[in-house]
Each structure stands twice: as C-alpha cells, then as structure tokens.
Design a protein. Structure first.
Length: 247
C-alpha cells in the first residue's frame, strides 16, 4: 500500500503525517514474511513514513506467540528466522510445519524446493500441525504479479489432507491483536489496504474498511469478490482528506 518493490506510492508518507496530526492512532499491519520487523520499519522510514518499530505488526511475531516452545519445521525466508523467538527450529520430528511467503530473489527456489516440501509432507503425515504466515496466492511487484506461497500451502493441505492455520491477515486474531495494541473498538477503527481478501476481511470483526486503488488492487478481483469495502479511494494519499470531510 505504501510501495511496490521499494518504489513509494506518491503521497503515502504525507498521508501518515496528516493522519497523526489529526489525532488518529496508527498500527501498521503487514503480511510481509521476507524481512525482519526491524528491517521493514527501517525501509518504511527510508521512504519517508513516520513510525516506531513497535507500531509495526508482523506475522513472524504472531508465529512466535502461537508456536512458542514447540518444535517447528519452518520453510521461510532466512531473514525472518531471528523474529521467531521461542520456537525450536528442527529438520525432523516436528510438532508443527510453518510456511512463510516468497520474495523477489532466488531464495524461494531453495526454501520451497521439492525436497523441503516433501519433508514437510512427511512431517504432516506423522502428525505435525500445518501453519502458515499467510495464504496469499500472489503479490504485486514492479514486474507484475508473482506467485506466492499460498500455492504451496494449498498443495500440502491437499496432499496431507489437513487444513492450515493462517496466522496473518485476514484471520480475526491478527486484526484483534492490532485493535488491542491501539486500545480501539472495532466499529471505531478503519482497516486500509490494497488487498480485497486479506485487508477487507477485517469487516468480519466489525471494522470499517478502505480499499486503495494501488499496489495489489485489481478491478476484476473487486468485481468478483463477495466483500464490499466501505469506501474505495485512489490512493492512501486521499484518505486524510476523505476522513476529515466525511467522518
């Protein structure tokens, strides 16, 4: 929503400043699974956004809470391993299998190799539970849409006859954690994003939603979706003025 492959969305940083100036409390809720929270926060500050590290909510944090003390076979980008505090990472004899997401490097070729997916399948057959940081089918890059790890999650679900527990958006627990951090009631909170499935899913908790026409937004996906955002704006840059005028 704020950038595509590191290229800033015009007006995004200014919008964050304007929202803070208007007294809004902010929580940056991401499904990014390829970089640590510290690095993600630094990258957002580098494109002009004002935020502290603890305002950024990430899926590895959710995994660390959900899987604390358990033996986990993790197929994820190496950069987030440090955020999986309290999890015992193993190659076999796992209590759980955890899948992260893909990035634009060649790392997914190694992380999601046939050998690793077959190992994960074997662990699931032996009784391990399946978790994923998100279940996105694709994500937006400067080169266009790229396949994401949701395809591998679905493949393991099909092969092993299990259902994955999703830890990130659009699960209610992930949005509830954001509301708790803000000490906010759902009906008084707005979820803003470019993903009709992951972001607008916050409506299930009673949150109001804003879909932006940047990043992952696709008119045909919106038209075919059963979800209906409360409002649609061209960009996050348009949100402060809209809220000031109508809310």
């Amino acid at each position: 929503m704020f950038h595509v492959s590191g290229e800033p969305i015009p007006g995004g940083a200014e919008a964050v400043h304007a929202l803070r100036a208007a007294g809004h409390r902010l929580r940056f809720v991401t499904n990014n699974t390829t970089r640590s929270r510290r690095v993600l926060a630094e990258e957002l500050r580098a494109i002009g956004l004002e935020l502290d590290d603890d305002e950024l909510q990430t899926t590895p944090q959710a995994a660390a809470r959900a899987l604390a003390g358990r033996r986990v076979l993790a197929l994820c980008m190496p950069a987030i391993v440090g955020d999986l505090d309290g999890i015992e990472l193993v190659g076999e004899g796992a209590d759980a299998v955890l899948l992260g997401g893909c990035d634009e490097t060649d790392e997914p070729n190694r992380v999601f190799s046939y050998m690793n997916l077959a190992r994960a399948f074997a662990e699931l057959q032996d009784g391990a539970a399946l978790y994923c940081l998100h279940k996105s089918r694709w994500w937006q890059t400067s080169l266009g849409p790229l396949l994401d790890a949701g395809a591998f999650v679905a493949g393991l679900e099909y092969a092993a006859g299990v259902e994955a527990t999703v830890l990130g958006k659009p699960t209610p627990a992930y949005f509830e954690a954001a509301l708790a951090a803000l000490d906010a009631d759902p009906e008084l909170a707005w979820m803003v994003g470019d993903d009709i499935e992951a972001d607008i899913g916050a409506q299930k908790l009673g949150m109001r939603t804003v879909l932006v026409r940047t990043g992952k937004f696709r008119p045909d996906v919106l038209e075919g979706s059963s979800a209906t955002p409360d409002i649609i704006v061209n960009s996050i840059a348009d949100l402060p003025e809209w809220l000031e005028r109508w809310v």
